[in-house]
Design a protein around this ligand. Structure first.
Ligand code: SF4
Ligand code: SF4
Length: 472
């Protein structure tokens, strides 16, 4: 039975409830009155229930679909403006004891060489990342208690935060590692991580068990309840995600929103981010089974409907997606993207060949970080390297309160401009620098609070004179 407040995965992600919602949405996909009512509620920008959101996702009425896309854009503007926060994944180890059928790191794949970074190699990777201009990382590692125990991850985090190379610094380390215990989550929190990210892959238990035949990850309940344990361990920013293409996308769309509702109801704070990856081609993965099963049009609709359903949750799209696809979804609600990513272990220090079969997945967008920054500015976005909230202790419910009251805007915009300025001073080519300086001058005018604007202008002058790391 469906119970949002239950600690049990099979009750807060109830298969029966999801299937009932999917039927309801199909029955109402042309119900103009109901869709109109849901859109009216959505315009208040306080979100929708999973049952309402799936009706919008299934909607087949053209004029209502136009309204859905336009509302998603408005919400993106209202809460996230034209800013896009930049990050990069850092792969620490591809040793893994799990049997995930869609991932080349699965334990039985003998084609790839297994590698785990030493602390010296972590240093080299981080310096390479700092030299690109990154300030925010997402650590990735397979699950292997012998090769990558938690102590190893903690040591890597410590190393990463300690590296100060030229003007570079990694100021926020997010972590994407296997589901673990409350005690381990507490240790990650103490090590100073930002967001704990764990993709559900699919919320459909039967399909989940089929795709994860072996290893600890095969335990659906342990995996699905991980975010509750992370929050019990003191981590209040958690990132959800499903891998679209593994299962019926409508099922997983409904499931991820139910998960968000559960966290909000049961733990008092919803997810910090939702990632929307799609299955990619990779080594030892049957391309006929996992063929990136959803179209770009469906993908856009998913992004728009998530934006409307959970306005307070950031949305992430990675370099799995091409430049063209990323462009199609940015304005619909994306708040963070990766840039210049390498998805193999050690891929930043040593340039990975395009056909490297030790990468976790094919990167579609292979541009450098600077190229992505330049491209974003040309499209009218402000690339941001901001990490201020986590460092100022604005996490979890404190962060959500600021966001809900729209106060966060007074921090995000000046912080975006100041961190972009740092990037321009330290890492950009003359062309990107010129484009960025013009953008900063123009965007400073948009800061409504005069005192904040003056302070931001002063900080930006200070950055030009060699100082770093200002924040609101
Ligand atoms: Fe291991 Fe993660 Fe790949 Fe599964 S998805 S095989 S847990 S690295
Ligand atoms: Fe994110 Fe906070 Fe920076 Fe805004 S001020 S971009 S919410 S870290």
């Amino acid at each position: 039975m469906y119970q949002v407040m239950s600690p049990k995965a099979e009750e807060f992600i109830s298969d029966e409830e999801i299937r009932a919602c999917l039927d309801y949405a199909q029955q109402n996909k042309n119900n103009e009155a109901l869709i109109g009512e849901i859109l009216e509620k959505a315009k208040q920008m306080k979100g929708l229930t999973h049952k309402e959101a799936i009706v919008l996702l299934d909607c087949e009425l053209e004029d209502k679909n136009r309204e859905i896309f336009s509302l998603a854009e408005q919400i993106k503007q209202e809460f996230y403006g034209n800013r896009i926060v930049m990050f990069a994944p850092l792969y620490l180890s591809n040793y893994c004891i799990n049997g995930c059928e869609y991932c080349p790191y699965h334990a039985k794949n003998k084609h790839i060489s297994r590698k785990k970074l030493t602390q010296e190699e972590v240093r080299r990777e981080v310096i390479a990342l700092q030299d690109m201009g990154h300030k925010r990382l997402a650590l990735e590692a397979g699950e292997d208690p012998v090769n990558n125990p938690l102590e190893y991850i903690l040591e890597c985090i410590h190393t990463i935060y300690s590296i100060k190379h030229k003007n570079g610094a990694i100021r926020r380390v997010n972590v994407n590692i296997a589901a673990t215990t409350v005690e381990d989550y507490r240790k990650l929190k103490e090590a100073g991580i930002g967001t704990y990210i764990l993709f559900q892959e699919t919320y459909d238990k039967k399909q989940y068990e089929k795709l994860h035949p072996t290893g600890p990850k095969s335990n659906y309940a342990y995996h699905t309840e991980a975010m509750d344990r992370a929050m019990d361990g003191g981590i209040d920013d958690v990132g959800l995600g499903v891998l679209f293409g593994l299962n019926n996308y409508r099922y997983d769309f409904t499931g991820i929103l139910m998960h968000a509702e559960h966290l909000e109801a049961y733990k008092g704070v919803g997810p910090h981010t939702i990632s929307v990856p799609r299955v990619r081609r990779a080594d030892d993965i049957d391309p006929d089974v996992f063929d990136n099963g959803i179209s770009d049009e469906t993908f856009q609709k998913i992004v728009a409907c998530i934006r409307i359903a959970v306005p307070y949750t950031g949305m992430i799209v990675s370099t799995r997606e091409s430049e063209e696809t990323r462009k199609k979804v940015l304005h619909l609600g994306i708040s963070q993207i990766s840039g210049g990513s390498r998805t193999s272990v050690g891929g930043y220090y040593e340039e990975e060949p395009e056909t490297d079969n030790s990468a976790q997945f094919d990167v579609s967008d292979r541009r450098t970080l600077e190229e992505v920054v330049h491209w974003l500015m040309e499209l009218g976005y402000v690339p941001s390297f901001c990490t201020a909230c986590y460092r100022a202790g604005r996490t979890g419910d404190r962060f959500m309160e600021l966001l809900k009251s729209r106060q966060i805007v007074n921090c995000c915009h000046p912080n975006a401009l100041m961190t972009l300025k740092e990037f321009l001073e330290d890492y950009a080519s003359p062309q990107t620098k010129a484009a960025g300086e013009a953008l900063i001058a123009q965007e400073l005018e948009k800061i409504p609070n005069e005192a904040v604007r003056r302070k931001a202008e002063e900080y930006i002058r200070n950055i030009h004179n060699g100082e770093r790391d200002f924040r609101f």
